[in-house]
Design a protein around this ligand. Structure first.
Ligand code: ZN
Length: 444
């Protein structure tokens, strides 16, 4: 029946999970922080797939109430016991050193070492992920089991790091659509070797951007790969004048595990992006958790601060903080899977499809029902599996297309998948029973 695939359908063809997983695995080993060469290396890897523009913002730059910190880099770190044996080695896991640890090289007692160690007593085999960006300190992170076995002796501790004036680095990719109105897709790139949080989100958005290139879209899509919190704040401070173009937005993090899906609404709560994601999730066959906005989480905290109040929600699988793997070495490549990444990608593609196609129409024959059979409109769908849904969709669309209801309004009201409403509306349009009114996103 259809002349062409919709944007969402084009984005969703094939099985993207393997590709997304492979790229997540490629960037997983890199030691990232909120600044430094790990972020640059990650952005360069993304830049192999899309034409990423990389921005460097100098230390000391003021961004609203914040200041770009000094740049942190690390080459090596270890703890050696009295026999010269390395009992902990940064080369084995970059989680072993608290991010932004000051350089240190000295011999210390067990008692002093204990002042500088983080563990997870309730998950004794896992290494915790810890940071100290704005309080100068140093620390090691280790499995609690290792910590408990430490003997009372002198240890050599080495953190070969630098904390110096430098830059904060972020990357941006713009897919130009027909409209200057934008859809923002944002992923944080500041965590070291944590697969779900957020190699998964970075890889998913890279794949999406790559697939989108060459497609004609209604909206312009801005992909932002920036360190959490300070990166989003920096982008907002440097792009304040553009923010009003953002009509929809998603923060994408932790999208490779099998939980959820979870969506946290924007501060506005009922913007088109909120409704589109909720609709896509409810018709996905999964068991979604939909959360109202709260000022805690990822970079939606900045996008939804009252001075911006952008329609940006948070898309995740398991809710952050509610799984034992969260911010531990348990968040590794075994914790994410191509199938889950595919599913997450499909939900985001479906969401994009909804906002791309959320038109408003007018029924050209609003006085009583038009005779559908005479126009062959019941016929073509008669043998389809989805015939009943398509017939119901037709009746809903004809009834609610009064210039006041968008296709998403109709899909919600009729409790039908948006794709069925979209395809049926096209069919009715071709039959002359609908005429377009205006793009549904205008001031909605
Ligand atoms: Zn995190």
């Amino acid at each position: 029946m259809k002349d062409q695939l919709s944007v969402g359908e084009r984005l969703a063809t094939g099985n993207p999970g393997e590709d997304i997983f492979a790229f997540a695995a490629e960037i997983y080993p890199i030691c990232r922080s909120i600044t430094g060469n790990g972020v640059r290396k990650t952005l360069r890897a993304i830049g192999m797939h899309i034409d990423l523009k990389i921005h460097e913002v100098p230390t000391g730059t003021e961004v609203f109430d914040w200041t770009i910190p000094r740049e942190w880099n690390i080459r090596d770190a270890y703890i050696k016991n009295e026999r010269g044996e390395k009992i902990l080695d940064f080369a084995h896991s970059n989680l072993h050193v608290m991010s932004y640890s000051l350089p240190v090289r000295k011999r210390i007692s067990l008692a002093e070492l204990k002042q500088h160690v983080y563990t997870l007593p309730d998950q004794p085999d896992r290494i915790p992920y810890r940071t100290s960006y704005y309080a100068e300190n140093w620390a090691f992170c280790m499995p609690h089991r290792l910590f408990e076995g430490l003997r009372d002796e002198t240890y050599e501790v080495v953190i070969d790091s630098t904390l110096e004036d430098g830059y904060l680095t972020y990357g941006e990719y713009l897919h130009q659509g027909e409209s200057e109105d934008e859809f923002l897709l944002s992923a944080h790139v500041c965590h070291p070797s944590l697969a779900n949080d957020n190699c998964s989100g970075v890889a998913l958005l890279t794949h999406l951007a790559k697939r989108m290139a060459g497609l004609q879209t209604r909206y312009t899509y801005r992909f932002l790969f920036a360190p959490g919190t300070i990166g989003a704040i920096t982008w907002l401070a440097r792009n304040e004048d553009r923010c009003q173009r953002i009509k929809h937005g998603l923060v994408v993090s932790m999208v490779g595990d099998g939980g959820g899906p979870t969506y946290k609404k924007s501060r506005r709560g009922h913007s088109e992006i909120d409704r589109a994601v909720v609709h896509a999730m409810h018709h996905s066959g999964l068991a979604p958790t939909i959360l109202e906005f709260s000022p805690y989480g990822y970079d939606e905290r900045q996008y939804c601060s009252p001075g911006f109040n952008l329609p940006v929600g948070l898309f995740q699988r398991s809710k952050f903080g509610e799984i034992p793997e969260y911010h531990t070495s348990g968040d590794n490549l075994e914790f994410i899977a191509p199938d889950h990444l595919s599913q997450s990608y499909g939900l985001i593609a479906e969401t994009i499809d909804i906002v791309e196609n959320n038109e408003v129409y007018c029924n050209t024959m609003p006085k009583c029902e038009p005779q559908l059979g005479r126009r062959g409109l019941y016929g073509p769908v008669g043998g389809d599996k989805g015939a009943a849904a398509a017939n119901m969709a037709m009746l809903w669309i004809l009834n609610l297309s009064d210039g006041m209801h968008s296709l998403l309004d109709i899909a919600e009201r009729g409790n039908l998948p948006f794709s069925v409403i979209r395809d049926t509306a096209r069919q009715l349009y071709r039959s002359g029973l609908l005429r377009p009114v205006f793009a549904a996103n205008q001031n909605r």
